[in-house]
Design a protein around this ligand. Structure first.
Ligand SMILES: [Zn+2]
Length: 294
């Protein structure tokens, strides 16, 4: 009996070891072509990712994702160079947060034009981050369409959400959108709640759901690196609505901040990746809304 138990533990240890080895084997950088497209790719560096599109007339890149990674921008460019030698025409920022947009120097040196929502451009000009290339052109609230070679990319703005400068990037032919941070795929939101606009985000999400698309590339890899669907976006909206309603009750009982933050739970989401680490950020933000009016 004891012998069998030792065997079982031994087998378990081998499996655990394999799982660890597999985790360790995940390369820090990966480039993946999106199935069924001619030239749409996801570039991942660590836990951040960006979309790039290879067209017949050049490359449209997005977020350099190189905060705290001095060679990250150069590595991103090298990954693109493994796929094409066409010129890099654009770098488009998803929003103004440095963890997504720092590190674009290599792209600037390669001659790319940098685009961002006007509010991101204004903000970045105030902050002058030494690692972040300032946008050359501002995208107005009415949006902008980029036509390059055989590709159309629509940049649109739908109000406040995870930031005040988020662009939705949509490839109408491919029915793909790239939206960063506002729409996590199958994971809990966390630190992204810090400067998040709760009420406006629900409107934003409804607008995104009404758009014509089938696959969502998120700014952080979802479970198993899968892309998102409208179901994921609906799930995220429901999570936020549940969090909001839960905290509203606690806040209106006069329990914000400390008591409400201790009592706040979202049991339906306990199994979601990032539950424990994300919960305090969600609680804090909704206490700000319902307990303070912010
Ligand atoms: Zn962000």
């Amino acid at each position: 009996m004891l012998h069998k138990l030792f065997m079982f533990v031994g087998v378990l240890m081998v499996f655990t070891g394999m799982a660890q080895a597999q985790q360790a084997a995940r390369p820090p950088i990966a480039t993946t072509k999106v199935d069924g497209t001619e030239g749409v790719y996801v570039f991942r560096n660590g836990n951040h990712q960006a979309m790039f599109v290879v067209t017949s007339d050049g490359v449209i890149a997005t977020d350099p994702v190189a905060y705290g990674r001095p060679n990250g921008g150069q590595q991103y460019l090298e990954e693109i160079r493994k796929v094409t030698d066409k010129p890099i025409r654009y770098v488009i920022y998803s929003h103004h947060h440095f963890d997504h947009i720092a590190g674009g120097k290599a792209f600037k040196d390669a001659g790319a034009t940098f685009l961002a929502h006007w509010r991101a451009k204004e903000r970045l000009e105030q902050l002058k981050d030494p690692h972040t290339v300032l946008p050359d052109e501002a995208v107005p609230n009415r949006g902008r369409t980029i036509q390059l070679g055989n590709t159309t990319l629509e940049l649109s703005y739908h109000g406040l959400n995870h930031s005040d400068s988020t662009l939705v990037m949509r490839l109408p032919k491919e029915k793909i959108i790239f939206v960063v941070d506002t729409l996590p795929v199958g994971t809990m939101p966390g630190r992204g709640m810090i400067d998040f606009y709760p009420l406006e985000t629900e409107d934003f999400i409804k607008k995104v759901l009404a758009m014509d698309w089938e696959r969502l590339i998120p700014g952080h890899p979802g479970p198993g690196d899968r892309l998102g669907t409208k179901k994921d976006v609906e799930d995220q909206l429901k999570l936020l609505q549940t969090a909001s309603a839960t905290m509203k009750t606690l806040a209106q009982q006069g329990k914000c901040w400390d008591t409400a933050e201790k009592e706040f739970q979202l049991p339906e989401y306990e199994k979601w990746p990032g539950y424990a680490s994300g919960l305090p950020f969600i609680a804090r933000r909704y206490c700000g809304l319902w307990g303070r009016g912010t």
